[in-house]
Design a protein around this ligand. Structure first.
Ligand SMILES: Nc1ncnc2c1ncn2[C@@H]1O[C@H](COP(=O)(O)OP(=O)(O)O[C@H]2O[C@H](CO)[C@@H](O)[C@H](O)[C@H]2O)[C@@H](O)[C@H]1O
Length: 483
């Protein structure tokens, strides 16, 4: 199958959050499974510092009365062809923000549609979040190009219809009061990134005001759990952490804890319960309830906390204040740093993610892979990836709580803190956590099934899929034991 991923982010060159991880990893696996998958991304001002980009474009097009150029490169570290949409609107060194955000991503979507019609014609355009939401609308009248629309963040729904009508071509048949709603109506398939969240968004509590529409199209709506790039994020080989380790050599992990405490200025103490957070500092991530209980936690326990993240000024300054009030106990890093993120996953004892809502969550899967025990609210993808630890039966992989209440979070943290005192059990818990399989292969198989169902592929191809699955297992084995 020929598939074009269109998105605002792609790791490792343009990643702000989890969507970047998905767009950076899934095409790579789908290609290994025999499909021609390519990525279409804005040519941001900072990209030339991070990768080789030819100076000559491969194609020039026009959309919304503007000329644009498309440059062809390869996503670093992969064999995935990467098309970069070049226009001065994307020259600034930022991915999101700015007054022209609605305009520039509408223009980007329009450019991507032109690219599909005129330069490289995919069978499926796989669109991600509102930035690409107009593509399914336009493709609706191109029967030979189908669309999948993946929701990573329902909270941001893009510009309203009135604005779209002013700046771009809204076809007569278009429905939907904003870009996200239009994409949901016109995509051949809509999916979100975990089965639990796919159910939740059909309710008023999580549907961000389009729950009615999402329920209405529920026959076309599914949840496919994200994976993580287990080649890139592997504590056994990760070059960014001081000491590599495996579930069998967990003792070595201690060096990472001590090194992390030294690096971020926390008291060096192997016995203190070190909690990590790597997150965008936004309302979704539950920072407000963390701030409500943090002081209490610090005064009643020996816990330490290291936070890495950027986002809302309000949360940034409150976390910053906590760090200055509790030196040696709280460390706040208000920046984006992939290497430090890995050292936090590898050095912390617990990983805190008390999200208000969570479509899937990549961070908790990374934490599990690096042996940091997730402490999570039971919502969305966190339900599908973290099972509550039962000390009596020695089952589960993390600590979970249900209600979005500071007291419930506090109680859950105390349980984790107590659990940490029992070293052999804690080690067994870490081993179980590290052995979870979150590789992309399972999800990639489900995406292939989804693409095939749209194209109505005949049965013999399904038989071929089984052969491919065998190949996938071979690829998986090869990846698991690099020579
Ligand atoms: N300051 C920082 N420095 C370094 N790395 C940082 C960082 N802040 C965040 N990250 C990294 O960004 C990623 C965050 O991914 P998540 O999926 O946990 O959340 P996000 O809300 O961004 O994603 C949204 O999209 C994804 C993908 O579908 C869904 O899983 C999720 O639920 C949804 O909210 C992780 O790889 C994390 O390490």
């Amino acid at each position: 199958m020929r598939i074009l991923f269109v998105a605002a982010e792609a790791a490792p060159v343009a990643k702000i959050g989890g969507m970047g991880d998905v767009v950076g990893a899934l095409p790579k696996i789908l290609r290994k499974m025999g499909h021609d998958v390519r990525i279409f991304l804005p040519y941001y001002g900072f990209l030339a510092d991070k990768m080789e980009i030819p100076s000559e474009p491969v194609w020039q097009g026009n959309a919304m009365f503007q000329d644009f150029h498309v440059y062809e490169s390869v996503l670093p570290g992969t064999d995935v062809p990467l098309y970069l949409f070049g226009h001065p609107a994307f020259d600034p060194r930022r991915v999101y923000g700015g007054e022209d955000e609605a305009w520039r991503f509408t223009f980007f979507s329009n450019g991507a549609a032109e690219f599909c019609w005129n330069y490289w014609k995919p069978e499926i355009v796989h669109c991600h979040d509102w930035h690409t939401g107009m593509i399914p609308v336009w493709m609706h009248q191109s029967p030979d190009i189908s669309t999948v629309f993946t929701i990573h963040n329902l909270a941001y729904q893009g510009p309203w219809r009135g604005y779209l009508e002013k700046v771009t071509w809204c076809p007569w048949y278009m429905q939907g009061h904003n870009v996200m709603a239009a994409a949901v109506q016109f995509a051949d398939r809509v999916n979100t990134v975990s089965p639990t969240y796919a159910e939740q968004i059909k309710t008023a509590a999580y549907g961000e005001k389009i729950e009615g529409l999402l329920s209405f199209i529920s026959g076309r709506l599914s949840g496919i759990l994200n994976g993580i790039d287990t080649e890139v994020f592997d504590p056994k080989t990760d070059k960014y952490i001081p000491e590599n380790f495996t579930p069998e050599t967990l003792k070595k992990r201690n060096k990472n804890k001590v090194a992390l405490q030294e690096e971020v200025g926390l008291e060096v103490n192997k016995n203190a319960f070190l909690i990590g957070m790597v997150t965008r500092l936004v309302e979704q991530k539950g920072i407000d309830i963390v701030l409500q209980i943090l002081e209490k936690l610090l005064s009643y326990t020996d816990s330490q906390i290291v936070l890495l993240g950027t986002g809302d000024r309000n949360y940034e300054s409150q976390m910053w204040q906590m760090a200055s009030r509790f030196p040696g106990r709280v460390a706040t890093y208000l920046l984006y740093n992939d290497a430090l993120a890995r050292r936090i996953y590898a050095g912390s004892d617990g990983f805190l993610m008390p999200s208000r809502f969570e479509p899937c969550g990549i961070s908790q899967m990374m934490a599990l892979r690096y042996g940091s025990i997730p402490i999570v609210r039971r919502t969305g993808g966190l339900v599908d990836t973290v099972k509550h630890h039962e000390p009596m039966n020695q089952t589960g992989t993390g600590y979970c709580f249900d209600r979005y209440e500071p007291l419930d979070l506090y109680t859950c943290l105390i349980r984790a803190w107590e659990g940490f005192r029992y070293k052999p059990q804690w080690q067994a818990l870490q081993q179980r956590a590290m052995q979870q399989d979150f590789s992309w292969y399972q999800s990639a198989k489900q995406y292939i099934k989804l693409y095939r169902s749209i194209l109505g592929l005949p049965e013999e191809e399904i038989i071929e899929e089984q052969t491919q699955q065998q190949e996938v297992t071979e690829v998986q084995e090869a990846v698991a034991s690099p020579s």
